[in-house]
Design a binder for this molecule. Structure first.
Ligand SMILES: O=C(O)CCC(=O)C(=O)O
Ligand SMILES: [Fe+2]
Length: 199
């Protein structure tokens, strides 16, 4: 399927529920779970150091140093499968990417809290290509700032195996997103966000 617009005001979202065929997505899931040097980083919250509720890894060009939640990341080098995905995402989106953040949600207890990918090194209108592998989890978006009238507090979008969500334009300025925990049984899921980080 092609990337199609996902209607959301003051955002620029494109979605393809099956960017990768299921067999290829499954093979990449197994490859990355076994082959990536996963880390559980600490995050500073309310003045305390807590382990992040997921595993992470950062790969990219040497210049793509990145500060995220107060942590600086030195990229690990590209691997052939990551380079192959980068090339296909660049061809599909017309954007360029010099790095990728990998998140590994081991089960439904792993999660990511509300945030926008608005770090200065991403620039004012970043293009972020978010590829999901493995278990379907619900991604949520909520507007930054006060809620208008009866507008829902957040909207949900299920991200299945092999799906691609492209976030562009004002999305990071006007919306936050999260990957909440779920009480339903959930198998492992990986999310790869390809980004351009200014050196
Ligand atoms: O896991 C996801 O779908 C979202 C990941 C995310 O928001 C991020 O890496 O910044
Ligand atoms: Fe994000």
């Amino acid at each position: 399927m092609p990337l199609l617009p996902f209607p959301l005001p003051q955002a620029d979202l494109l979605f393809d529920p099956d960017f990768l065929p299921a067999a290829e997505a499954n093979a990449l899931l197994a490859h990355f779970i076994a082959g990536i040097a996963w880390e559980q980083r600490a995050i500073c919250m309310f003045g305390r150091e807590l382990p992040q509720p997921r595993l992470t890894a950062w790969h990219g060009d040497p210049a793509a140093r990145y500060t995220y939640s107060g942590l600086t990341w030195e990229p690990r080098p590209w691997t052939p499968p990551l380079l192959g995905l980068r090339q296909r995402l660049e061809a599909a989106t017309g954007a360029r990417f010099n790095s990728v953040l990998l998140n590994y949600y081991r089960d439904g207890r792993d999660s990511m809290g509300w945030h926008a990918d608005d770090e200065p090194e991403l620039g004012p209108t970043p293009v972020i290509a978010s590829l999901s592998l493995g278990a379907t989890r619900r991604f949520r978006l909520r507007p930054v700032g006060p809620r208008v009238g009866l507008a829902p507090s957040s909207i949900g979008l299920d991200l299945p195996n092999g799906s691609l969500l492209l976030m562009r334009g004002p999305t990071q300025q006007c919306w936050q997103h999260a990957l909440p925990k779920t009480a339903r049984p959930a198998g492992p899921r990986l999310n790869l966000t390809f980004r351009w980080v200014a050196g």
